[in-house]
Design a protein around this ligand. Structure first.
Ligand code: SF4
Ligand code: SF4
Length: 180
């Protein structure tokens, strides 16, 4: 079956009206408010409480807050966290307090940014930051190790000075007050 086409009119054969129609659409959008974001030079401002990538933090003294309790490793739904428990304390003066993990890895390809690790952490050592843009050239680069997680997490200003003997004694006194 042959479908007959409507023959083009004189103006349609000129093509100029169609070209002018296209220009009109272009000009209309040219003067409109720009909505395209020039990423990565421009970034989204994420709202407070945004759950981005989880990183480890240090306290004011530069010490690793994580004590390798492995609660986050246990709770993590996609098993993105891998922790190797600590070796001997690097600084004997801190006694039994310093339990920095020997290894701590988060596989960012597995992480679903659920925030369970932050919620469960008893030391406030891991926080979901506002970093939503994670890139790597291969899978190995997307597994963040301890040093990288600490570098990205930075310092967390803490009210508890557990490293200081005086602070520990005061905290113990508060938790278990001596009877008069
Ligand atoms: S945010 Fe959730 S998925 Fe990601 S490491 Fe923490 S517990 Fe695991
Ligand atoms: S980040 Fe927190 S929950 Fe995870 S091992 Fe360290 S102290 Fe425990």
């Amino acid at each position: 079956m042959i479908v007959s086409r409507k023959p083009l009119s004189f103006w349609e054969r000129l093509y100029l009206p169609a070209i002018w129609g296209g220009f009109k659409v272009t000009l209309r959008h040219f003067f409109r408010k720009k909505v395209t974001m020039q990423y990565p030079e421009e970034r989204w401002v994420v709202p407070p409480g945004y759950r981005g990538a989880p990183y480890l933090v240090r306290d004011q003294a530069g010490r690793t807050k994580c004590v390798s309790c492995q609660l986050c490793e246990f709770i993590c739904p996609p098993k993105a966290i891998k922790i190797v428990p600590p070796g001997p304390a690097p600084d004997p003066s801190t006694g039994n307090v310093e339990k920095r993990p020997r290894e701590f890895e988060i596989n960012m390809l597995r992480c679903i940014f659920c925030g369970f690790c932050q919620e469960v952490c008893p030391e406030e050592a891991i926080f979901l930051m506002q970093d939503y843009s994670l890139v790597g050239r291969n899978r190995t680069e997307m597994v963040y190790d301890l040093d990288r997680l600490l570098a990205l997490g930075g310092v967390h200003q803490d009210s508890i000075r557990k490293w200081q003997q005086k602070g520990r004694e005061a905290a113990a006194q508060e938790a278990f007050p001596t009877q008069p």
